[in-house]
Design a protein around this ligand. Structure first.
Ligand code: PMP
Length: 372
């Protein structure tokens, strides 16, 4: 099997299972209890907050542990909503866990703006600049697109905020960026940043939200007041500890270069056929590729029969027709139909990628011969 859908999820590091087991079966105590063994867990939890801040390139700020990125995104957006004449700004390239929250705000009567994408998949910065104003409460943008691998320029977005809406908060969905592309939040001033453990070889159902200033956000669930009152419920200690292991053992720079090479090898094969279209973007981890004349869904199924697994878009939205993100950057419905998403990982070998590339191209030709 050659698994090329690492943007949907990654295989958990086996060592994470050992860490998980230790905190599930030995150090299983509730960090909120008052006795010594629990206090130790609580201290360890705070250490993970420090590790995560430093992996994000920060010395200060707050980390809230959540049940994954969908929850972190909901908390950042719904928790920063305020009554009054505030406006909310999103890109059209957001993952459903942001986009559908934006739609909910709209249904609730809030003023919500969606900013189009440029052809290269990044948000249209000129349009963003036109839209933000003194009533903007929140700007929410994806860091790396889960559909295309486009990387939004957080510095430019921050510059627009400073000039046009210094009161506005910035939320970034960093799920496909964290532990994948090199960056430091010390270089960009954002208020919220979302991550999810299962995208970087950690467990599913665990994530975090970085919050610069706790005063800017309110809780959206009510309960015992854990996580600074922002996320009630006993923390998933085994999952958080396993996530800590995962991000602490990822060398982002080294892996980035490995994956860059893998991407190049794969593209050298695929683009040898001029009917294959690749949307050039900055993250080497995610490739959006079109195979002229052939349905992406059909190609995906044929490849699965040969042990090669690719995506046709966000796993959370495969049941929906079309592709909102590709449409926003100007692709036609016919183009979109031919598209598959290939998402790479540093654990793949050159051989895997070369074999996969050849099989993808051969399979495309087999189908093309039947349908042309
Ligand atoms: N945001 C992005 C960009 C994603 O790719 C995903 C996962 N498909 C999510 C949010 C949701 O993450 P989770 O599965 O942790 O809820």
């Amino acid at each position: 099997m050659i698994y090329l859908d690492n943007a949907a999820t990654t295989k958990m590091f086996e060592k994470c299972v050992d860490v998980y087991k230790n905190y599930a079966c030995n150090q299983f105590f509730n960090p909120s209890a008052g006795y010594n063994v629990s206090l130790n867990i609580s201290k360890e939890l705070n250490l993970v907050r420090q590790h995560l801040l430093s992996k994000l390139g920060l010395d200060n700020g707050n980390i809230i542990f959540t049940g994954g990125a969908t929850e972190s995104n909901n908390l950042a957006i719904m928790g920063s909503k305020r009554n009054g004449k505030w406006e909310y700004v999103f890109s059209e390239g957001e993952h459903p866990s942001v986009y559908n929250v934006a739609k909910k705000l709209e249904q609730d009567g809030c003023v919500v703006h969606f900013v189009k994408l440029q052809k290269n998949g990044q948000i249209d910065y000129d349009k963003l600049n036109e839209i933000v104003n003194e009533r903007t409460r929140l700007i929410s943008v994806i860091h790396v697109s889960n559909e295309t691998g486009a990387v939004n320029d957080l510095n430019l977005i921050n510059k627009i905020r400073k000039e046009k809406a210094p009161q506005a908060l910035i939320h970034v969905d960093g799920v496909q960026a964290f532990c994948k592309i090199p960056f430091s939040l010390s270089d960009v001033d954002v208020d919220f940043y979302t991550i999810s453990a299962h995208k970087f070889h950690g467990p599913k159902g665990v994530g975090a939200l970085y919050i610069k200033n706790l005063q800017t956000i309110k809780n959206i669930v009510f309960g015992g007041g854990q996580e600074f009152g922002l996320r009630s419920g006993t923390e998933n200690i085994p999952g958080i500890m396993a996530m800590d292991y995962a991000f602490s053992n990822i060398d982002v720079d080294k892996n980035f270069n490995i994956v860059k090479q893998l991407k190049q090898h794969l593209l050298n094969i695929l683009l040898s056929d001029e009917k294959v279209e690749y949307l050039e973007t900055e993250s080497p981890y995610i490739l959006s590729v079109g195979f002229k004349g052939v349905n992406g869904e059909t190609l995906m199924r044929a490849l699965q029969d040969k042990g090669i697994y690719v995506g046709t878009g966000s796993a959370c939205s495969t049941k929906k027709a079309g592709n909102r993100v590709l449409e926003s950057l100007g692709q036609t419905k016919d183009q979109i139909k031919t598209h598959i998403r290939i998402s790479l990982d540093f654990e793949l070998s050159d051989e895997d990628v070369v074999n996969a590339g050849k099989t993808i191209l051969n399979t495309y030709h087999e189908i093309w011969e039947k349908v042309k």
